[in-house]
Design a protein around this ligand. Structure first.
Ligand code: FMN
Length: 175
């Protein structure tokens, strides 16, 4: 199975997380992950994949990362019907507790509006923050990371999430 991973990153955390997700997923299941920096690719490329992983840090208090911000309006042109999208996002829950991982919610909901099915939801109870646009009913719409405060937890969080994505993407069935 081919999976498209699209990320934006200003200070490299999301890029490193993307590479770790690729390495972990490819070691776990018969998948090939193509990685794209959203700053260097037309978002229409997302339509080439039926399974996608999308990475978006939050910047400037509840805002999108610069490259995502520049491309955001183009997402309105996408037809994401029939596609499964797993979101991940590094943020800073202690520095920005009222906007933790907001960008994951902003982009995730936009892709959902375009017809995508979001998968890879995770429990938010192990985190400390006040508000997040990425949370509904106590659950993150994807994987929340915190490389600023909890980088030592990133590897295990990604491992657990990949195990869940194997099921959510139905990898075992199609391989
Ligand atoms: C000025 C500034 C504003 C930020 N705003 C938020 C925010 O609103 N919410 C959040 O969760 N993280 C916020 N962060 C933390 C970043 O999302 C975090 O450092 C992330 O790992 C950066 O990812 P990148 O290195 O891929 O760009 C902010 C960081 C800075 C420096």
């Amino acid at each position: 199975m081919k999976i498209g991973l699209f990320y934006g990153s200003s200070t490299d955390n999301t890029e490193m997380d993307a590479e770790l997700i690729k390495k972990t997923f490819e070691a776990t299941a018969p998948v090939m992950i193509d990685i794209y920096n959203i700053g260097q690719v037309d978002p229409a490329k997302m339509q080439d994949y039926d399974q996608l992983i999308i990475g978006s840090p939050t910047w400037n208090i509840g805002q999108l990362q610069d490259d995502w911000d520049l491309k955001f309006d183009q997402l309105d042109k996408l037809d994401m019907r029939g596609k499964k999208v797993a979101m991940f996002a590094p943020g800073d829950q202690f520095g920005y507790p009222d906007n933790y991982c907001d960008a994951m919610g902003i982009i995730g909901k936009k892709l959902e509006e375009r017809g995508a099915e979001l998968v890879g939801f995770t429990d938010a109870s192990d985190y400390q923050f006040e508000n997040s646009l990425a949370v509904e009913d106590g659950v993150f719409l994807g994987l929340a990371l915190d490389d600023d405060n909890q980088s030592e937890m990133t590897e295990e969080r990604i491992q657990d999430w990949v195990a869940q994505l194997v099921i959510d993407f139905g990898v075992a069935e199609t391989a």
